[in-house]
Design a protein. Structure first.
Length: 209
């Protein structure tokens, strides 16, 4: 191989090496400057089916809630705070006077649970697992929260509430609640999808006719 050919081969090799480095740098810069994942938006601020179904976070006494095509009236509400965490429980009844509770929580996603009281239940909280109505529940969390309540709930306007929450596969829930010095109340719950809930807000003072 003569000198000119060797020089040419060396030059081409250097160019190929430089080109490879340039391509790698460009690819790295593109990867770093690519679109960043965005936090999920608020579904109830979008102009879509979720927004049209109403915002459960704004429920108040007098509103109508349609759950699985059955209308309920909000008779009272309880708002609870534990540290930096807050949620609401709304007392509902239907045309036949059947009373249920709807809990609304964002942690951070919206969670709706439809509760039925079990006054005849004999189980007590504390064990890691409990069985009731043929279903086994696993302990999830417990604590104590401060609450404020509206008229219609049968509770003092404010106070404290202790709770123990359990879960079972398929979204089933078991909850023990004790308001003030009262004993434990047992409730069985089932999680709801947003599509199963429709809100009909009632106009308050100064909100329309």
């Amino acid at each position: 191989m003569n000198g000119s050919v060797a020089y040419l081969v060396t030059t081409l090799g250097c160019l190929v090496g430089v080109a490879g480095v340039v391509i790698a740098v460009i690819a790295l810069r593109r990867a770093r400057s690519g679109p960043r994942p965005q936090a999920p938006g608020d579904p109830f601020r979008d102009r879509d089916a979720d927004a049209l179904r109403g915002d459960p976070r704004n429920l108040k006494p007098g509103d109508i809630v349609e759950i699985r095509q059955v209308p309920y009236t909000v008779r009272g509400s309880v708002h609870l705070v534990e540290g930096g965490w807050s949620w609401a429980e709304h007392l509902l009844d239907d045309a036949g006077g059947v009373k249920r509770w709807l809990s609304v929580e964002t942690d951070p996603d919206l969670e709706l649970v439809f509760w039925t009281a079990e006054p005849s239940a004999t189980v007590t909280p504390g064990a890691p697992t409990l069985e009731i109505a043929g279903r086994r529940y696993q302990w999830d969390e417990s604590g104590q929260a401060r609450y404020t309540a509206t008229e219609g709930t049968g509770l003092d306007p404010r106070g404290t509430m202790r709770y123990h929450d359990y879960q079972a596969p398929g979204g089933a829930r078991l909850s023990f609640e004790a308001y003030g010095e009262a004993g434990w109340e047992v409730n069985l719950g089932e999680t709801l999808h947003r599509a199963e809930v429709m809100i009909y807000p009632q106009a308050g003072p100064g909100q329309g006719s």
